[in-house]
Design a protein. Structure first.
Length: 166
């Protein structure tokens, strides 16, 4: 894939995601892989990722309209994806199942698909349909370069040998 070759971080995340696809035996298509790299890049420095209550953010998104609503729903779907794949222990601490985050995130992506048009709607419909595969790849990522990461923090940039740039 040549679409996400901007910057060292993107290339390293792309490599880590591809390794996780192989490790989890869960191949993603180009759009799914690119989007997953985008999510990791976007949230790698998010100090509030695990502190947010996703259901409340989803409810707040319902009060919005248009592009603001779609963006808020996308954010909920992205964060639920990261939690379900990278931080499943958070679900247990909150006394919910990982499926709770998967269901909420998939639903948020479906809402984005329904609210948007054309390629953006198609992308989010595809992401919603393959949400479980995206979670599996993130779990594969946990077993590789992210295994040494500080709990609750997506490292700034994964390195091939398991170390991280901070």
């Amino acid at each position: 894939m040549t679409t996400i070759r901007q910057g060292a971080a993107a290339a390293l995340w792309q490599s880590a995601v591809r390794e996780a696809e192989a490790r989890s035996a869960t191949p993603l298509d180009e759009a799914q892989e690119s989007y997953l790299v985008f999510v990791l890049l976007r949230h790698q420095n998010d100090p509030d990722l695990l502190a947010r209550v996703q259901a409340l953010d989803w409810l707040r998104a319902q009060e919005c309209s248009g592009r603001t609503r779609a963006d808020a729903q996308r954010d909920v779907g992205d964060r639920c994806l990261l939690i379900a794949g990278l931080y499943p222990a958070l679900a247990q601490r909150r006394r919910v199942s990982v499926d709770y985050f998967t269901t909420l995130g998939r639903g948020a992506y479906r809402d984005v698909a329904e609210a948007c048009r054309n390629a953006y709607a198609e992308l989010f419909a595809q992401l919603a349909a393959h949400y479980d595969a995206l979670v599996q790849v993130l779990r594969g990522l946990r077993e590789g370069p992210l295994a040494l990461a500080q709990p609750g923090v997506i490292p700034t940039t994964p390195l091939r040998d398991g170390r991280h740039l901070h």
